[in-house]
Design a protein around this ligand. Structure first.
Ligand SMILES: NC(=O)c1ccc[n+]([C@@H]2O[C@H](COP(=O)([O-])OP(=O)(O)OC[C@H]3O[C@@H](n4cnc5c(N)ncnc54)[C@H](OP(=O)(O)O)[C@@H]3O)[C@@H](O)[C@H]2O)c1
Length: 152
């Protein structure tokens, strides 16, 4: 879908699925979309590193919109547990994007200032090159940057 295209849903029929729903962003999004009675899932219900479980979940729930607020956000933890950081922040966005595409759902993934430096006033597009001058070599940046590439 190009930037100028718009998909419209009847509010009563739009099914929104929020992943990482118990986190900071997920909690706020749950309030924003309260009228849509969104599906709210966190790690206990759907671990986003589990590719087959994601596909099965999307097939079952048939969401119109999937919003990914799930992430491994512990910066120090990302250093000691690089493999998990890469799985959650680097690989999982790709699994989610592919499963959302298969399900015909719009996929929304949040970036972070560990990927983009935030200096662009007009906002970032999917075509912008990652730039994380603060902590270019730290695992949180590397994993999230990989996630930007994977989510397509
Ligand atoms: N908060 C902000 O101001 C802000 C600003 C810019 C961008 N963002 C981006 O928004 C996203 C969410 O940030 P946040 O601040 O809301 O983080 P958060 O409070 O740490 O929430 C992340 C949620 O994801 C869950 N989670 C972790 N691993 C998971 C897995 N394998 N499967 C499913 N769920 C998993 C966490 O569960 P556990 O706690 O049980 O691990 C937690 O509920 C991140 O990508 C972040 O970079 C946030």
């Amino acid at each position: 879908m190009s930037d100028s295209e718009c998909v419209c849903y009847d509010d009563e029929t739009m099914k929104v699925l929020i992943l990482g729903a118990k986190g900071m962003l997920g909690t706020d999004l749950s309030k924003v979309f309260a009228d849509e009675q969104p599906y709210l899932l966190d790690k206990e219900e759907l671990d986003i590193t589990q590719r087959e479980e994601i596909s099965a979940c999307f097939f079952r729930l048939k969401p119109d919109v999937v919003i990914n607020a799930a992430a491994y956000t512990d910066v120090d933890g990302c250093e000691t547990n690089k493999e998990l950081a890469m799985k959650v922040n680097g690989e999982a966005p790709g699994y989610l994007a592919a499963a959302a595409k298969d399900a015909g759902a719009i996929f929304v993934h949040y970036s972070t200032d560990y990927v983009f430096d935030g200096k662009k006033s007009e906002g970032y597009s999917e075509k912008d090159e990652p730039a994380s001058p603060k902590l270019p070599l730290r695992p949180r940046s590397e994993a999230s940057q990989r996630g930007e590439e994977q989510r397509g």
